[in-house]
Design a protein around this ligand. Sequence first.
Ligand SMILES: Nc1ncnc2c1ncn2[C@@H]1O[C@H](COP(=O)(O)OP(=O)(O)OP(=O)(O)O)[C@@H](O)[C@H]1O
Ligand SMILES: [Mg+2]
Length: 382
Amino acid sequence: MAGIVQPSRRLSPLLDERRVVLCVGSGGVGKTTTTAALGLAAARRGKRVLCLTIDPARRLAQSLGLEWSANEAREVEPEMLAAVGVPPRGSLTVMRVDTKLTFDSLVKELAPDAERRDRILNNVLYRYISTSLAGTQEYMAMEKLHSLRDDPRWDLVLLDTPPTAHALDFLDAPERLVGAIDSPAIRWFVQAFQSSGKLSFNLLAKSTATLLKGLGKLTGGGFLEQVAAFIAEMNALFGGWKKRADAVAAALRGPDVAYVLVTTPDPLAIREVRYFAERLLGERMRVDAFVVNRKNPSFPNEPTHAAEVLEALGLVTSADMVQKCAEAQKDAARLAKLDRLHLLSLDGIVEETGAPLVSVPTFASDVYDLEALRQIGDILAP
Ligand SMILES: Nc1ncnc2c1ncn2[C@@H]1O[C@H](COP(=O)(O)OP(=O)(O)OP(=O)(O)O)[C@@H](O)[C@H]1O
Ligand SMILES: [Mg+2]
């Protein structure tokens, strides 16, 4: 596995040559950390960098001096950046993508007139879909990325993907969301909705009509009408939306987009990344890099009897301490060995993709300041 890595280059070519970098992986593996570290590494190369995030890690944002409102770009103070080696022409901007605000602006852009725009924005169901429907968050992140990728203010745009249970949700989000609006079930529902604005129960199978009437009672007056009205409105926008979603989906597959697959040595996270890589290959897309974060460090050259060495140096004094040191060393070796065993299952796909794999060790404490990000950036893209 290590033989595939070109130690001097690692992820550096991605920062130098691509326009968009997406960090994907399952929940909690270190996507936000990796995005921020790569962003800083690119800024240190003199790039003007934009990091898009849906879910900013609060402590990280605080330590970068960022208190910001949604969908607004905030620049990290140049003095703070200069202290970690960013030259004056480099910059690091962070933008928190708000799903609802992004959806709102999409509706505003696509609606043919103000009246229809307001009818959608004020619909109860819209409020649900624009905030809570599965896939909306992923789609809106893509939407935002799409609208900013060619912005001349930035040389490189990084996307920190939201904590989806399945990294694959990302690739499918545009089609899935449009599919939900254009599904046979929805079309059928709209048909049952008369132009009078009332549901025509005559058009429905008896059992369905009964069910919907019951549902109508349960959900309160007008709810089903609101649902149908909303769907009809969305369908009116649908032509424009579908085209847009297709453009977003196509842009995701463009040659200037890099996919960095992040995992930990955890078998479930590894499995997720393997699926994602296989999917990318299946769609004839490239996998650009693997990052194994939070790897337990192994010290192959360390003497087996480190505790005795420490004792000889006078660094540990009591027999009890010697014993504890020896145990700690054994534990660390066991954990490192377990990581290596788990990571064996990545070998095949890493070889197949030809992408570099870089390991980042577990730091002694959480990573949230610029100095720690710089260190990780140096490992990822020296
Ligand atoms: N190499 C590391 N050593 C120590 N702590 C780390 C390391 N990488 C990440 N962390 C910490 O682990 C936590 C999770 O990392 P991060 O927020 O980057 O994960 P994520 O994949 O973005 O999570 P989510 O899916 O919830 O968005 C953070 O507190 C971060 O500081
Ligand atoms: Mg995150």
